[in-house]
Design a protein around this ligand. Structure first.
Ligand code: URA
Length: 230
């Protein structure tokens, strides 16, 4: 929310009071004087007027989880364990998943309470590269590579997938880089060849790579540098 709107939402502030307070350098956001009425204020920012705290600012939280197979990418599920069950953190209801994985897919999962950050990570226009290790039931043919680069027509969404890079590692394993995150995308791409995906693991999302020290089911907070990368 804009700083001027944030301030004028407080009962005792008229718009004129807000303008004058800003001009008089009386407002600080995260310890710094802000005079710009358009300055963006989020629930994570501390806002002070003179010596009074108007908003204390809650901590923004970012975690990297090594999702194991056999758990659901949801915050609640009546039947199965969810990825949030693996987190030992307070106020879990405040957290959400940035980029879901299927029940039997493992690998990098990012969890946060920062909606703007997770939108930057997942929105299609960002075209962030997601890298998967894929294991298939049938052999992967060399002719797959061209088709992945050309794209697959998905009738349900009426779209053709963006160019994807398929690197064949051995007859049943490949590394796949895709820019989108459509529903069951990888399985549907291999489904074009009637080749069932029997193992799927996400290695990275853009610059964020699953920490090799994390065992399945384990997680850690992102570093300041990792948060900044998105
Ligand atoms: N594509 C899939 O088919 N499943 C996933 O979990 C992720 C990408």
């Amino acid at each position: 929310m804009r700083l001027d709107r944030f301030l004028s939402n407080l009962p005792r502030f008229s718009r004129k009071d807000v303008r004058l307070a800003l001009l008089a350098s009386r407002v600080k956001v995260d310890g710094l004087i802000v005079k710009n009425p358009l300055h963006e204020v989020r629930e994570f920012n501390e806002v002070r007027l003179d010596d009074e705290t108007l908003q204390s600012g809650k901590p923004a939280r970012y975690f990297m989880l090594h999702k194991p197979t056999g758990c659901v990418s949801a915050t609640t599920d009546p039947q199965h364990a969810t990825v949030l069950d693996l987190l030992h953190e307070p106020e879990k209801h405040d957290l959400h998943i940035a980029g879901r994985l299927d029940f039997n897919t493992s690998g990098l999962m990012l969890i946060t309470n920062d909606g703007q950050w997770s939108r930057r990570l997942t929105q299609p226009t960002t075209r962030l590269l997601k890298v998967y290790n894929v294991e298939t039931e049938q052999e992967i043919g060399q002719h797959y590579v061209k088709k992945f680069a050309e794209g697959f027509y998905f009738a349900f969404e009426d779209l053709t997938t963006l160019p994807a890079e398929l690197i064949i590692l051995d007859p049943h394993h490949a590394r796949l880089s895709i820019m989108e995150g459509r529903y069951h995308q990888v399985k549907r791409m291999f489904g074009f060849f009637n080749n069932k995906v029997v193992g799927l693991h996400r290695e990275s999302m853009g610059p964020l790579v699953l920490d090799s020290a994390l065992q399945p089911g384990h997680y850690r907070a992102l570093t300041a540098e990792e948060i900044r990368l998105i």
